[in-house]
Design a protein around this ligand. Structure first.
Ligand code: IMP
Ligand code: MG
Length: 184
């Protein structure tokens, strides 16, 4: 797997340091609020589990799965719920934990959907934020916590996949061109 990686963009240590900082900020903000931390499957699963381990306040977790991408590397523009939350969120303080904000379609859809259920508050925590040259390529989404801002390139690792694989890399990297070409 490592041999398929062209460049390590964010190494393991740097990731963990930033996750610790975010956990500290979240713990301070959500002290005495018993937040509900929502993991957006599958990409956010590594980030969320590291994050909550570093949070020293009472909290609950739940999972939601949405799809906007098939196997391709471009968003289809369609978001649908594959797995909904188990917990009722009315009156709750929620943090949506996401792996990456690219076009913003996924988070925009999630926030709108969850707001209809009358939680007390919703904040968004994304590990990565892709910076676009053309602002029209990204919906405006209010993100409260960002791990790292990255350039507009396809990345894998630490939860993020290419065609289902590479999620278990402990760092964020960019694959060699030939790997992308092998999949149709
Ligand atoms: P958005 O809806 O375009 O903002 O994309 C959000 C979802 O697309 C993320 O949750 C990822 O699953 C996927 N995604 C976007 N960019 C990348 C990437 O560079 N690598 C892997 N997955 C990505
Ligand atoms: Mg994905």
């Amino acid at each position: 797997m490592n041999k398929d990686v062209k460049e390590v963009l964010i190494g393991e240590e740097k990731l963990q340091q930033r996750v610790s900082q975010l956990a500290k900020e979240l713990s301070a903000h959500y002290k005495d609020k018993n937040p509900l931390i929502i993991c957006v499957l599958k990409g956010a699963v590594l980030f969320m589990s590291d994050l909550i381990k570093k949070m020293d306040i009472p909290l609950e977790i739940d999972f939601m799965s949405v799809s906007s991408y098939g196997s391709e590397m471009v968003s289809s523009g369609v978001v649908k719920i594959i797995k909904d939350l188990d917990i009722t969120i009315t009156g709750r303080d929620m943090v949506i934990v996401e792996d990456i904000l690219d076009t913003g379609l996924t988070l925009n859809y999630l926030i709108r959907t969850l707001e209809e259920r009358a939680p007390n508050s919703i904040k968004v925590c994304t590990l990565l934020l892709k910076e676009k040259d053309d602002p029209n390529m990204q919906l405006h989404v209010k993100v409260d916590y960002v791990g790292f801002t990255i350039r507009d390139e396809f990345v894998v690792g630490y939860g993020l996949d290419f065609d289902g694989y590479y999620r278990n890399l402990p760092y964020i990297g960019i694959l060699k061109e030939e790997i992308y070409k092998n999949v149709n």
